[in-house]
Structures are given as structure tokens and as C-alpha cells.
Design a protein around this ligand. Structure first.
Ligand SMILES: [Zn+2]
Length: 310
């Protein structure tokens, strides 16, 4: 039984938004893609997918499951009305701290730094200044070392963009990386991260309304960490916080779904999730799932960019 899982992040009217350069799915394109999906697939619910993996239900041959990462307000304002109108189900994965504490995720800071400053050379110049000033501290290497390692053409991005992404996401030691990202965010985007986060993510009340409208809310960790880089206690804390959050929303905490931030997971985490009643785990590996063969905690997805827009 094949299952196509589609991944979305930002969904917004890009031309009329403040940051037209944000890498997201334009709302008009999204509507066109939902038309395509409606014509070629049968959109199934999270419950259907969980049931199929447990052997309790079967899915149609052209099953499609729509997933939305990171808890953006876009999902409440733009996605929910489109899905509701078409009687389609969606599964949404907000990080706890973004919603509950208004913490702006590093990955989002990086997106908006690049959207606000399209001149990659200007960002790279700031990164070089920072690395030069901090070189030698906490094993920070030379700028050239990082450049040679990370300025490589990626799946969707040219080498300079890949370099910025890698350095801002995980190359530098955590405290140094956070300081650099904050510096760049303040310089290029906004001095007020809290207000920015308040406009970027859904609230708990909005998530409860999503549930009332038939949508599914699942786990995406608390701090949006690469979970495979954490020790056992930290992994436990991330999963416990996710479950507390879901419980507070009235979302399922048995046979629930975990969406790994950055797709990152390891055997220890999957073991823990199994013990905590997690039924499915979503990665960012690309491809179509085979329900009869695939590990339910290692599900591949197709990015919205891989599907037609009409
Ligand atoms: Zn995420």
C-alpha cells in the first residue's frame, strides 16, 4: 500500500507579505496544489494512517496525507480554511516553546535573515567577521575551513546559501551559534524577537480550534533541536514536553505522531518513542511510503516542491 505524505512549511500570499523572499508555498500555488491532490489522490486522516500501520484499516491506493511543520500562523489563517472548505484533513506539528513561550526558532531566524537581506555576500561578510573574532574559542575553526566544508551546492540551494544555512543551523558550537544568529537577526530583521514570534506562530487557542475543525496536532519537540544530537535525558525531556503540550491541547497522546525537527532521529529516540505510545515518526527523507514494508517511525515524505501546482 503506497502512501504519499506531503510536507509543507510556510503557506502565504508571498507577493503581499512583508518578506517576499521567504521560501514558502505561495497561497495561490497552494490552492492549485490542493486541486491537483484532490484530482489525483484521496486525502486520508491521521487516524486512517495510524490504523493502516496497525493493520486495522486499509488505505486507498492513491492515499495522500498532508503534513504541516512548525506551527506557523500561516496554517491557521491560510491553510485551515482551504482544507476545511475541501473537507480535507491535515496534520500539524508545532514546536512547544514557539507556541507556549513565544520563542523564535533558530531555523526561522535564519529564514528571515535571508529573506530580509537577499544579498548573501552581506550575510557571509557578517559571519566571517564573527568567526574571525571568535576563532579559537570553543574549538571554533577558521572561516576558510568552514567555507571549504559547507559551501557545497545542495538539493535546492546554491553553495553560498548552503553555507549560510549550515553555519546558522549547526556548524558552530550552540552558544556561539545562537549569539551569531541573534546578532544577524537584530541587524537585518528586528530587535524584538518576542513580538516577531507572536506574529509567526499559532496560539494554543488557535490549535484547539484546529482540532475542533477535525485537524490533527502532533509532536515536534519543545526546542526544535536535532534530537539525534541529544543525550538520553534531553531526549526524554523533549518528548515529555511534547506530550504535556499535546495533552493540554486535548490532542491524542496514545498512538500519536512525532515529526522529527530537521528529520533527525536515532535508534535511542525511536525506542523511547515506542515506549511513549508514539505510532508514527515523520522524517524529511524523500519518497513514497510503503505501508506493508516501511518502519512506521521512519516515514519518508515528499516536499510540496516535488508536486505539481495545478
Ligand atoms: Zn520543524
Amino acid at each position: 500500500m503506497p502512501l504519499t505524505i506531503v510536507t509543507y512549511h510556510y503557506v502565504r500570499d508571498l507577493a503581499n507579505s512583508r518578506y517576499t523572499g521567504i521560501k514558502g508555498r505561495d497561497l495561490a500555488e497552494f490552492k492549485g496544489q490542493l486541486d491537483h491532490i484532490g484530482n489525483h489522490y484521496e486525502v486520508v486522516s491521521t487516524e486512517d494512517v495510524v490504523g493502516a500501520f496497525k493493520g486495522e484499516t486499509t488505505l486507498p491506493d492513491n492515499a495522500c496525507w498532508l503534513t504541516f511543520d512548525d506551527g506557523y500562523l500561516d496554517h491557521f489563517i491560510n491553510v485551515l480554511p482551504q482544507l476545511y472548505e475541501r473537507k480535507m484533513h491535515g496534520a500539524f506539528f508545532p514546536p512547544v516553546n514557539a507556541v507556549v513561550h513565544g520563542e523564535l526558532l533558530d531555523v526561522n531566524k535564519a529564514h528571515f535573515i535571508r529573506a530580509a537581506q537577499p544579498d548573501t555576500a552581506a550575510i557571509i561578510g557578517e559571519i566571517k567577521t564573527y568567526i574571525d573574532a571568535n576563532q579559537g574559542q570553543e574549538n571554533i575553526q577558521t572561516f576558510d575551513t568552514y567555507w571549504q566544508e559547507h559551501a557545497q551546492v545542495g538539493r535546492y540551494d546554491p553553495a553560498d546559501v548552503m553555507f549560510i544555512k549550515k553555519v546558522l543551523q549547526h556548524t558552530l558550537p550552540e552558544a556561539k551559534r545562537n549569539a551569531l544568529v541573534d546578532e544577524l537577526f537584530e541587524r537585518f530583521v528586528s530587535m524584538d524577537q518576542k513580538a516577531f514570534a507572536g506574529e509567526l506562530y499559532m496560539s494554543q487557542d488557535q490549535l484547539r480550534m484546529m482540532i475542533q475543525c477535525g485537524m490533527y496536532i502532533g509532536g515536534h519537540g519543545a526546542k526544535h533541536y536535532w534530537l539525534d544530537r541529544l543525550g538520553a535525558a534531553e531526549q526524554e525531556a523533549e518528548i515529555a514536553a511534547s506530550l504535556d503540550f499535546l495533552r493540554g491541547l486535548g490532542a491524542p497522546t496514545t498512538d500519536w505522531v512525532m515529526c522529527y525537527p530537521y528529520g533527525a532521529n536515532d535508534a535511542a529516540l525511536r525506542g523511547l518513542l515506542g515506549r511513549r505510545g508514539c505510532a508514527l515518526g515523520l522524517t524529511i527523507d524523500t519518497g513514497v511510503v510503503d505501508i506493508s514494508q516501511d518502519d512506521p517511525l521512519l516515514l519518508r515524505r515528499r516536499d510540496t516542491n516535488e508536486l505539481p501546482l495545478a
